[in-house]
Design a protein around this ligand. Structure first.
Ligand code: AMP
Ligand code: GLY
Length: 423
């Protein structure tokens, strides 16, 4: 099978690494990719926003299957264009990708199909949003409706913060994404991520994970795209997984089909495990980054036929086998992230991969023959171990072998799970 993988982050490096192990693969292309993906695939400098160019490339190379990593091309309709041209694609249509592209859309789906989530209202102007927030009181959550690179959410513990967040949205802090605002009840509990494949009519549950959104040790400082993650999430007991499937994922799949937008791809459900059980915080319509890295480190089965089954309506014919051992990933980021950081800083040395231990590339490139950091989140030191504690120790052994002066990381990834292991 000839496969084109779209994307250039740590998530896509992990996907490329797994896909490259498939006996079904004859050729893997990565567009635009990164130096890590380049070790597994032939990189092509396609502009992935130019959907016509992507379709033409697939025709020229007789591609059998396209795997789309990030959300932006999905929301922009790349899967639709490719399917119209007759290609099998992993990833939802633009209509189904609204589950990530519009928080208001998702809340309306929850309301219509009785899916547990925080009570909410949608607003297109500040005065009405503020009046509602004053009526509800704090704590309360303010969300820009559209894609805001993970930055459009304010969990306001005080009324003033909530009112300021409403002004930020309507004054354009998140561009077009903030033209509509969702105000949502604050949910109290422990967060977890749940990943489940869908082919539009059947489901294949994958695995659970927990991430670390704050930049600093002890979960302090500003939010980021994620500073580390581990899988499985201890809070997701078999009972919680079963309830999540029944109460959240299954009604979403059925509801989307009923609305005429059958969902093909991965449901990445952000959950709050409250006193009442699992409640939906949000959907993403692609794998998490860095959650995907720990999932791929635990997946024993061949990934390629599983993704292909999701794309071709045959998910009921495949299964996924997982290592019982947990996996953990530590994100190395450029000093200064998530604010401004220096670019093109040299990465002098990386440790070799071992059994169940690998550094994935996220924001890297080659400049004048030298590996350099280009992004905020740059490397993902990922390892498996018999316990979360052992996976953590192995991941930090990788981290300590990275020679990159401008890099930093959190030193406590996995702390909640390790505290549980010790108790
Ligand atoms: P989101 O971008 O929707 O995942 O939101 C970012 C983060 O804000 C989540 O991971 C939660 O930590 C927090 N959050 C979002 N919605 C709520 C809510 N209704 N109650 C409490 N925390 C929330
Ligand atoms: N790590 C969170 C995300 O991928 O959205």
């Amino acid at each position: 099978m000839k496969v084109l993988l779209i994307g250039s982050g740590g998530r896509e490096h992990a996907l490329a690494w797994k896909i490259a192990q498939s006996p079904l693969l004859s050729k893997l292309y990565g567009a635009p990719g990164n130096p890590g993906i380049g070790e597994e695939a032939e990189l092509v400098s396609l502009d992935t926003e130019d959907h016509a160019a992507v379709v033409q490339f697939c025709k020229d190379k007789a591609i059998d299957f396209v795997v789309v990593g990030p959300e932006a091309p999905l929301v922009a309709g790349i899967a639709d264009r490719l399917r119209e041209a007759g290609f099998a694609v992993f990833g939802p249509s633009a209509a189904a990708a609204q589950l990530e592209g519009s928080k208001g859309f998702t809340k309306d789906v929850c309301a219509r199909f009785n899916i547990p989530t925080g009570a909410y209202q949608r607003f297109n102007n500040a005065p009405k949003a503020k009046a509602y927030v004053r009526e509800q009181g704090a704590p309360i959550v303010i969300k820009a409706d559209g894609l805001a690179a993970g930055k459009g959410v304010t969990v306001a513990m005080k009324l003033d913060e909530a009112l300021a967040a409403i002004d930020d949205c309507f004054e354009g802090a998140f561009g077009a994404a903030g033209a509509e605002v969702v105000v949502e009840a604050f949910l109290d509990g422990e967060e977890a991520s749940f990943f489940c494949l869908s082919d539009g009519k059947s489901l294949l549950p994958l695995a659970t994970a927990q991430d670390h959104k704050r930049v600093g040790d002890g979960d302090t400082g500003p939010n980021t795209g994620g500073m580390g993650a581990y899988s499985p999430a201890p809070v997701m007991t078999p009972e919680m997984v079963e309830r999540t499937m029944k109460e959240i994922i299954e009604p979403t799949m059925r509801g989307m089909a009923e609305m005429g937008h059958p969902f093909q791809g991965v449901f990445f459900a952000g959950l709050m495990i409250t006193a009442k059980g699992p409640e939906l915080i949000e959907y993403n319509v692609r794998f998490g980054d860095p959650e995907c890295q720990v999932l791929m480190m635990r997946l024993k089965s061949d990934l390629l036929p599983i993704l292909y089954a999701s794309a071709t309506g045959t998910l009921d014919q495949v299964s996924a086998e997982w290592s019982e051992d947990p996996a953990l990933t530590v994100v190395l980021a450029s000093k200064g992230y998530p604010s401004a950081y220096e670019k093109a800083t040299p990465i002098v040395a990386l440790p070799a991969a071992g059994d169940g231990a690998k550094v994935f590339h996220a924001g890297t490139t080659i400049k004048d023959g030298q590996l350099v950091a280009t992004g905020g989140r740059v490397l993902n030191a990922t390892a498996r171990g018999a316990t979360v504690g052992q996976a953590q120790a192995s991941a930090y052994t990788l981290v300590d072998a990275v020679e990159w002066e401008n890099g930093f990381c959190r030193r406590d990834i996995g702390w909640q799970a390790i505290a549980r292991e010790k108790s």
